[in-house]
Write a protein that binds this ligand. Structure first.
Ligand SMILES: [Fe+2]
Length: 321
């Protein structure tokens, strides 16, 4: 059966049976001691049932979905997070971030963390090189961290991580190397600077269930070229974002919907022989240069997550036809 020949609206008796089941499941969460859990589970139930009923989900499709989620779990380990990847390609990660990081004046926009952030990155000094041997064209990155009034934020923690020119993060090489990641702190005027490699496009890991889903959907696994940032300072909302390379044709087709116009920056190409900002000798290699000024929102700007919302009304959820 296809969507085209499925009945648009179930017969009244059938509809009543489906409604009765839905309401019984929703009511089963009525006594959840945590009101937030109750809200989440009842809303989730309504949306899931609305989906099943709208598409008239077949039993074979239900089994396929279970198999897919099982495979997604099996593909996940301490180095690979296939569930985050699934959330990313469905735009759920980006939507969650959008909901939780409301616009605050000129504060830098947040985007997905992605699956490749690793705790415990090496510390590099200001002006140091986070590449640590990662192959790629050297890239000088500098900027400031300020509040929304332009006041510098000293001693802000900046975590950066990126893929190498082969399109792989260090953890994907399978040899315990640490490269293309590091952390540093802003100076007393909120300034930072470091060497990295010029970002290049790469595919998200597409040899697992998420990759097969993309292929079956005619979607590309490619991500636009980017450099990841996490910026944290006392009194401010922690920023997780990345910056993109202006001119990259993949900006319009980023597989995880992470691109924001405000995060597309000019990575200025510097031909071989161009003097570097810190006098580093690059042995005849070209390099690039980018400026990224980070503006942090105050910690109070975090959108509070309601612990108890109004009871959802019966009927289709907003946006669910
Ligand atoms: Fe990335």
């Amino acid at each position: 059966m296809t969507l085209d020949d499925a009945p648009a609206v179930a017969e009244p008796a059938q509809q009543a049976r489906e409604e009765e089941l839905l309401e019984r499941v929703v009511a089963s969460f009525d006594d959840a001691p945590d009101p937030r859990l109750r809200q989440l589970m009842q809303s989730l139930t309504r949306h899931l049932h609305a989906f099943v009923r709208e598409v008239r989900l077949t039993e074979a499709e239900w089994q396929q979905a279970v198999d897919f989620l099982t495979a997604t779990g099996h593909a996940t380990d301490e180095r690979r997070q296939e569930f985050i990847l699934l959330s990313d390609v469905l735009g759920v990660s980006m939507q969650t971030i959008t909901v939780n990081h409301e616009v605050h004046r000129d504060a830098t926009e947040a985007t997905v963390v992605g699956p490749f952030f690793v705790e415990g990155s090496p510390e590099v000094a200001l002006g140091g090189d986070i590449a640590a041997g990662a192959p790629g064209e050297p890239c000088w990155v500098e900027g400031t961290v300020t509040d929304a009034d332009g006041r510098p934020v000293p001693n802000a923690l900046i975590e950066v991580w990126e893929a190498d020119q082969d399109g792989l993060y260090d953890v994907q090489h399978g040899d315990d190397r640490t490269a293309g990641r590091g952390h540093l702190h802003t100076d007393d005027r909120g300034r930072y600077r470091f060497w990295a490699v010029t970002p290049t496009p790469y595919p998200i890991p597409d040899d697992g269930p998420v990759g097969r889903l993309l292929a079956a959907s005619g979607r590309s696994p490619m991500r636009a070229s980017h450099l990841h940032f996490l910026v944290r300072a006392a009194g401010f909302r922690t920023l997780v974002t990345h910056v993109f390379v202006r001119g990259d044709p993949l900006l319009e087709h980023d597989s995880v919907f992470g691109v924001r116009d405000s995060l597309v920056l000019d990575f200025e190409p510097r031909p071989a022989g161009t003097p570097t900002p810190d006098g580093r000798e690059l042995a005849g290699r070209s390099w690039s240069q980018v400026r990224f000024d980070v503006v942090l929102a105050p910690a109070g700007a975090v959108t509070p997550i309601p612990t108890a919302g109004p009871r959802p009304v019966a009927g289709p959820a907003p946006g669910v036809p």
